[in-house]
Each structure stands twice: as C-alpha cells, then as structure tokens.
Ligand binder design. Structure first.
Ligand SMILES: COc1cc(O)cc(C/C=C(\C)CC/C=C(\C)CC/C=C(\C)CC/C=C(\C)CC/C=C(\C)CC/C=C(\C)CC/C=C(\C)CC/C=C(\C)CC/C=C(\C)CCC=C(C)C)c1O
Ligand SMILES: C[S@@+](CC[C@H](N)C(=O)[O-])C[C@H]1O[C@@H](n2cnc3c(N)ncnc32)[C@H](O)[C@@H]1O
Length: 327
C-alpha cells in the first residue's frame, strides 16, 4: 500500500531542507490555501519547494524536465560509446549484476523505465531465452520419443523461445528510444520487446501489471522522485519487485578522492572530445553528487510503500542496486 498523502507530507517535513530542494512535490500543500502564520510558512515552503536542482544549478521544477530532455536528446547518438569509454566497460558488469539479482524466469513481465537505448531490456531477453532453452533441453531429454521436426519446431518458434516473458521499455526521450530501436533491429531483438514513450512520474499503464520494475541510471534525472516511486509501486503486481541501479555514495575515502578527480576533471573532457558535449557530462557528474545516499534512498523507497527494501553496493558504492517488494 502506498503511503497516504498526509503521511507523505509528514515524512517530507522530517527530512529537512536538503530534500526540499531536491524536487519533492508537496501534494498536501498544493491543494489548500492556508492562512495565518502557519499558513504563511507553508506558502513560503510551497514557493521554495517548486525549485529543484539541475546538477548544481537551481532551477524551477517546470524547467527541469525540459533541460533533462535536452541532455539526452544531445547525447543519444554517442550514449553507448561514451558509457564504455567513461567506465572502461564497467557499466556492462553493473547491468549484468542487476539481471543476476533479478533472476527472471520464463514468463516474467518486466517494465524497464528510463530504459533509453535498451541495455537492460536486451540483457533481460538474453537471460530469459537462455533460461528457457535450458528448460526446453531438460524437457526434450525427458521426451526421448519426439521427432527431429518436432524438436526443430520447438527451437524455431521465436515467441516461445522466451517462455512468455516480455519487456516494455518506457522512456521520456524520443531520441534515446530511436537509438534503442535501431540497436534492437540491428541485433535481431524483436519478440517480447516493446517501446513506449512515457514519463516515470505518470506511467501510461494500469495498476498491477508487471512482475518486475527496473530503472537503471534513470531516477536521478526525474524531477519528483517520490512520485516516480509511487508509480512504480502502482504498476507492479502484488508480489512484484522494484530494482534500481543508480550512482550512489563511495564508501572508500581514497577511492572517493580519485573518483572525484576523475569525475570532475576527466568525464566532462571525455564528453567534449567524444561527443562534443561538455555540458551534458558536467550535468552527469553534478547530478550524481545531488542524489541521496544509499540509506536515504532506501527510506524513500519504503515511503512509497515497498517492503523488504535492501541495497547492495557495487564498486565500493560508486553505484548501488536497491531492491523492494510490493507485498
Ligand atoms: C548525460 O547523462 C548521462 C550520460 C551518459 O553517457 C551516461 C549516463 C549514465 C551512466 C552510465 C550508464 C554509466 C557510465 C559510467 C560512468 C559515468 C563512469 C563511472 C566511473 C567508473 C567506473 C570509474 C571510476 C573511477 C575511479 C574510481 C577513480 C579511478 C580513476 C582512475 C584511476 C583514473 C583517474 C585518472 C586521472 C584523474 C588522470 C587523468 C586521466 C586521463 C586524462 C585518462 C582518462 C582515463 C580513463 C578513460 C580511464 C579511467 C579509468 C577507469 C574507468 C578505471 C576505473 C578503475 C576503478 C573502478 C578502480 C548519464 O546519466
Ligand atoms: C542515463 S540514461 C539510462 C538509460 C538506460 N537505462 C541505461 O542504463 O543505459 C537515463 C534515461 O532516463 C530517461 N529519463 C529521464 N527522465 C525521465 C522520466 N521522467 N521518465 C522516463 N524516462 C526519463 C532519459 O531520457 C534517459 O534515456
């Protein structure tokens, strides 16, 4: 069950100002018109709460979405090559680990929000296909009397090769989706894959639809993170799982210093040299610093109604995977 509105407001107040500027909507304040000293204070909080950050810049909540859109519109064509260059391929390992944590089975219905160019979706399809093939092989071994034609038919049916699993990639940015679709076409992904333009804060799906919701390197860019988490909770089936892969706080002081130098001195330079885009990569490193810590984000996931919330640090906390269940 998602937290009731008044409770959401209460938990917001308890978190203090650093959170107030980080893009929280105040539903309880918006609809009322408070009067008196308390009302004046609430109104001033409401005014301030409409400000948020875009990297280290303070912008209005209305502006942020457009600025984030421009960033990903600008980087879309070079997105994949930049990730390999910046991380020397380490982002691939993090994404593989997300899949291993998910352990999908044939039949799993996945929603990958902020799915961009399809990295999580393609890994999911590979994983369930391999799982299903192993299962089929076991079944075929048990049914020794099948003809070769029957065996070939079982392997050739593309839809069947996923055992009914499907992944829906949802992203707000047309350009990122366009690159994703081109990659899917070039690499032969077709069955069990759909692309939809949509906002994490207002998902275009009915309640209780998916077994798993993933968001990889996406939630940091969303204006109202609490709203996106509530939407994740809404579209998951009871028993469904939320998994988020995101940059987090480095827990090793020496690595943290190196990482800071690398982030601020190297990444924007790589952005300029490879993608001709310093600003988008400056936004990337600044937005990483603005994102809540592992523990703070865990609390936010719990506030959205998820249970059994845990996280795992990868590469000393450069990134973390948060997990929660809708029970
Ligand atoms: C606009 O928004 C976005 C755009 C995007 O393209 C992507 C995203 C979302 C992000 C991803 C999907 C993941 C992308 C990955 C990263 C942002 C990088 C994450 C960083 C790492 C895995 C490495 C972390 C680095 C350290 C822990 C510090 C260690 C660094 C060094 C030893 C090198 C430091 C060297 C200097 C400061 C001297 C200057 C060096 C040069 C000019 C040469 C440039 C060097 C390299 C390219 C090599 C960098 C080395 C590594 C990656 C090795 C890392 C080693 C370890 C993990 C210990 C998005 O939102
Ligand atoms: C860094 S990319 C991550 C792409 C992919 N998940 C990956 O791991 O490579 C961030 C993505 O979040 C998307 N995004 C930003 N704000 C969004 C929102 N409100 N709703 C849905 N997608 C959003 C961007 O368009 C972009 O494709």
């Amino acid at each position: 069950m998602a937290a009731p509105r008044s409770w959401a407001l209460w938990s917001f107040c308890g978190r203090g100002w650093s959170r107030a500027v980080s893009g929280y909507r105040l539903p309880g304040l918006r609809s009322s018109s408070p009067r008196g000293p308390l009302g004046a204070r609430l109104l001033s909080q409401e005014k301030e709460a409409t400000e948020t950050h875009f990297g280290f810049e303070t912008v209005s909540e209305e502006e942020k979405g457009g600025k984030v859109y421009q960033v990903f519109e600008s980087v879309a064509k070079k997105y994949d090559v930049m990730n390999d260059m910046m991380s020397l391929g380490i982002h691939r390992v993090w994404k593989d680990l997300l899949l291993w944590k998910m352990r999908p089975f044939p039949g799993t219905q996945l929603l990958d929000v902020a799915g961009g160019t399809g990295d999580i979706a393609f890994r999911f399809l590979n994983y369930v296909q391999a799982q299903h093939q192993r299962k089929q092989k076991r079944q075929l071994r048990a049914q020794q009397n099948l003809s070769w034609e029957e065996i070939a038919r079982k392997y050739q049916n593309e839809e069947d090769s996923l055992g009914g699993s499907r992944v829906m990639v949802c992203d707000i940015n047309k350009e990122m989706l366009k690159i994703g679709k081109q990659k899917a076409h070039a690499q032969g992904y077709k069955a069990g894959l759909a692309w939809i333009l949509g906002d994490a804060e207002e998902l275009p799906f009915d309640d209780d639809k998916f077994d798993v919701y993933t968001i990889a390197f996406g939630i940091r860019n969303v204006t109202h993170i609490d709203q996106a988490l509530q939407e994740a909770h809404r579209v998951l089936k009871p028993g469904g799982r939320f998994l988020c892969l995101e940059f987090s706080q480095v827990n090793n002081p020496l690595l943290s210093r190196l990482y800071d130098v690398y982030s601020f001195q190297v990444i924007p330079v790589l952005g300029e040299v490879i993608a001709g885009d310093w600003k988008s990569y400056q936004y990337l490193v600044e937005s990483i610093r603005q994102f809540p810590s592992q523990e703070e984000f865990k609390e936010m996931i719990e506030d959205a109604g998820f249970q059994k919330v845990t996280y795992e640090n990868l590469t000393s906390g450069i990134v973390a995977i948060h997990s929660g269940f809708k029970l």
